[in-house]
Design a protein around this ligand. Structure first.
Ligand code: AMP
Length: 198
């Protein structure tokens, strides 16, 4: 891996440990010699993470829609800022520039971006590693819900294995580096009796 895409909140959350985790992730990326690809914003955890990496002299590529850039929301002094016209273009470019994906705590945008990249993985559109940084148990309920969806027959267990989780950034990056993609075939799984169409 050369670059990791990190999806994270445009808010910082109430607890200090979220910002601290972003700082620790910057250390982890530096020790693994990994560059960052992110949404380009200066606010919330996005800004905390980008500034921490820039302070270490690391590579930070932001990908931001023009409308957000024109509102002055881009983080200054990035290694590179790619300005795009649409959100769809943004997410495709972020994915193409990256060799793996991490979600830090965040809100709707973070969840949408992470789930989109997982759905691309389950369709076999990429086989890059994906991980949730479960800071202070932030994602516990989400992970429990996904396990429930497996039990209820809506997620193939092989697709549940498309992402890893760890509470500590170093351990998560180690898992991403060691990741072996499972064999996935969404269409066959659905046709094998889980489509619910018969
Ligand atoms: P959220 O988790 O809802 O705060 O959304 C954060 C995610 O959505 C980030 O990963 C960004 O890619 C994108 N995003 C949302 N708001 C902004 C913003 N003001 N500036 C840049 N990116 C944003």
């Amino acid at each position: 891996m050369q670059r990791v895409c990190v999806y994270c909140g445009s808010s910082a959350g109430w607890r200090a440990e979220y910002g601290q985790a972003a700082g620790m992730l910057s250390e982890g990326l530096a020790s693994h010699r990994l560059g960052l690809v992110f949404g380009g914003g200066k606010i919330g955890l996005m800004g905390v993470l980008a500034r921490a990496i820039l302070a270490r002299g690391g590579e930070v590529i932001g990908v931001i829609p023009r409308a957000l850039q024109e509102q002055g929301l881009a983080q200054p002094e990035l290694t590179k800022l790619r300005v795009v016209e649409t959100m769809h273009e943004r997410k495709a470019l972020m994915a193409g520039l990256s060799d793996g994906f991490v979600a830090l705590p965040g809100g709707l945008g973070t969840l949408e971006e992470f789930f989109e990249i997982l759905t691309w993985a389950q369709l076999g559109l990429h086989s890059k590693p994906c991980g949730l940084l479960n800071v202070g148990g932030y994602f516990d309920h989400l992970i429990a819900f996904l396990d429930h969806a497996v039990q209820e027959g809506f997620i193939d267990p092989a697709h549940r294995a498309l992402f890893v989780t760890e509470p500590e950034p170093q351990a998560l990056l180690d898992k991403l580096a060691a990741y072996e993609p499972p064999l996935v075939d969404k269409v066959q799984w659905a046709l094998g009796g889980n489509a619910g169409l018969e």
